[in-house]
Design a protein around this ligand. Structure first.
Ligand code: NAD
Length: 488
């Protein structure tokens, strides 16, 4: 049984799950509201329990053998078709995702949703071009082959849900696995739209499924199912630990891309104008970006010069409706998340940290929080050591390179780091010492899909991206043939 489709500001969206090629409703639903206007209910979305989790894993398990048997060429053609359909529907997907999670519509349209299409195309191509490692040893010819692993659960967070989900589902499908995707309950709609395109691309039923609902209910049921052979998760370290425990019980490999508290290191030899402009970008999307460099570490000799420029750049930000092209800072996703961000700043004040600017909620208008800069009283302050996931940065200074590296590496996180310097030697030296999965020097968010991606410390386990992802979603095996074995 399916529910009627919902009109989301002119775009038709199904509020149901997509299991075994069919839309399926649940007896329970949850309300999905727009952060742009919290009184605006976008949809009542199906709320799965362990029953729907079981249905989805059963569908993925039944579809797996035939999907795994397809040639790389055949599987790739499904992924390419899906990519073309995403490109066709970018405007609608961007609009709905903007309403659902308040990311800036222009960047969704220009950049983020299109990345979803590129994910499917790139992984189809990479899988097709796989060149197995071959070598001779001990009188045998060795070849490393990839075997599809089996049903795969993908669990994603509420920020950039379409792009982050496709980033994981694309390599899983290309590798020959079937997929059950559970998007976050705060922004479920764009992944439902993806399923319309999966149907239109005529994927075999059960190959790519979506279940909607809460993490503690359907999420926990999915990751505990022993038929699942891979789990890929993006979200908070707290949930990552729970998923890791479930994966360990069933001895299932899992990857976790978790939170960040990246350093933004500015050396005295840097182009301070560019560094300050880029530092102000950390407030974009309400600071709800895991890769952001939220700890500004500035060489003491240029601290004042940098802060002056940074304040000017920050003042140019426009808080507003994410549909408006002039807006640069969107509201936060949910009242609970706003309360979390407020809590961090309140506790910082009690702790003796100094609010340089910001620290204000624009409650009369909704869920906006002003760009905020805090000078901590100590490097141990909570505001330095914990991810806020909002428009709140900290400012600290250092006197030499060794202290910069020490401060940069001084939290339990290790997702990303940003460094501004004009010296390539320093870039390489510091880059090699920073503990982070991705380090950007004089740039930010430049990504190559073939590069490994993930976090050190509590920012993650495992690496995805390019062949790293295809290896993760496969069981690798070594074929050894005794030399001299005749052909034919
Ligand atoms: P979250 O951990 O609360 O939820 C993420 C997903 O896990 C949701 O779909 C949720 O329903 C599900 N979930 C919750 N409990 C579960 C359980 N017990 N079993 C199974 N699934 C469960 O994270 P969030 O608040 O949605 O997202 C914000 C976090 O994600 C931040 O920490 C952010 O840094 C991180 N993030 C990391 C990356 C990255 O690439 N490293 C990217 C985006 C976001």
């Amino acid at each position: 049984m399916s529910s009627p489709r919902v009109d989301v500001d002119g775009v038709s969206v199904s509020p149901d799950h997509y299991i075994n090629g069919e839309r399926i409703a649940s007896s329970r639903t949850f309300e999905d509201r727009s952060p742009l206007d919290w009184t605006w209910k976008l949809a009542n979305v199906a709320r799965a329990s362990s029953v729907e989790a079981d249905l989805a894993v059963t569908a993925a398990e039944s579809a797996f053998p035939a999907w795994a048997e397809l040639s790389l060429e055949e599987r790739g053609s499904y992924l390419d078709r899906l990519a073309d359909l995403i490109d066709r529907d970018v405007e609608d997907i961007a609009h709905v995702e903007c309403l659902d999670m308040a990311m800036l519509e222009e960047s969704l349209r220009q950049r983020v949703i299109g990345r979803g299409a590129r994910n499917f195309r790139a992984y189809a191509e990479l899988a097709r071009n796989y060149e197995p490692r071959r070598w001779s040893s001990n009188g045998t010819e060795n070849t490393v082959l990839r075997m599809p692993a089996g049903p795969t659960v993908v669990i994603t967070p509420w920020n950039a849900p379409f792009m982050l989900s496709t980033w994981k589902c694309a390599p899983a499908l290309a590798a020959g696995n079937t997929v059950i995707l559970k998007p976050a309950e705060w922004s479920p709609l764009s992944c439902s739209m993806l399923m319309d395109l999966v149907e239109e691309a005529e994927f075999p039923p059960g190959v790519f499924n979506v279940v909607q609902g809460f993490g503690a209910e359907v999420g926990a049921a999915l990751v505990s199912d022993p038929r699942v052979r891979r789990i890929s998760f993006t979200g908070s370290p707290e949930t990552g630990r729970l998923i890791g425990e479930a994966a360990a019980k069933n001895l299932v490999p899992f990857t976790a891309e978790l939170g960040g508290k990246g350093p933004f290191v500015v050396f005295a030899d840097a182009d301070l104008d560019s560094a300050a402009e880029k530092a102000a970008v950390m407030y974009d999307d309400g600071g709800q970006v895991c890769l952001a460099g939220t700890r500004l570490l500035v060489e003491a000799s240029v601290r004042d010069a940098f802060v002056e420029r940074f304040e000017v750049a920050t003042k140019r930000h426009v808080l507003g409706d994410s549909r408006d092209i002039a807006t640069t800072i969107s509201p936060l996703i949910h009242p609970d998340h706003l309360a979390r961000v407020e809590g961090f700043v309140k506790r910082a004040k009690v702790n003796g940290d100094t609010v340089v600017f910001g620290g204000v909620t624009l409650t009369k208008d909704g869920l906006w929080y002003e760009p905020t800069l805090i000078e901590p009283s100590s490097n141990d302050s909570e505001i330095v050591q914990h991810e806020v996931f909002g428009p709140v940065l900290t400012l600290q200074s250092f006197t030499d390179e060794a202290e910069a590296v020490k401060l940069a590496n001084s939290t339990p996180y290790g997702l990303s780091a940003i460094v501004y310097t004009s010296s390539e030697e320093r870039a390489e030296r510091v880059g090699s010492r920073l503990r982070a999965g991705t380090i950007w020097v004089n740039c930010f968010l430049v990504r190559d899909l073939t590069a490994p991606f993930g976090g050190a410390g509590i920012s993650g386990i495992g690496r995805e991206g390019g062949d790293y992802a295809l290896d993760f979603y496969s069981d690798l095996k070594t074929l050894q043939i005794k030399e001299g074995t005749t052909r034919g």
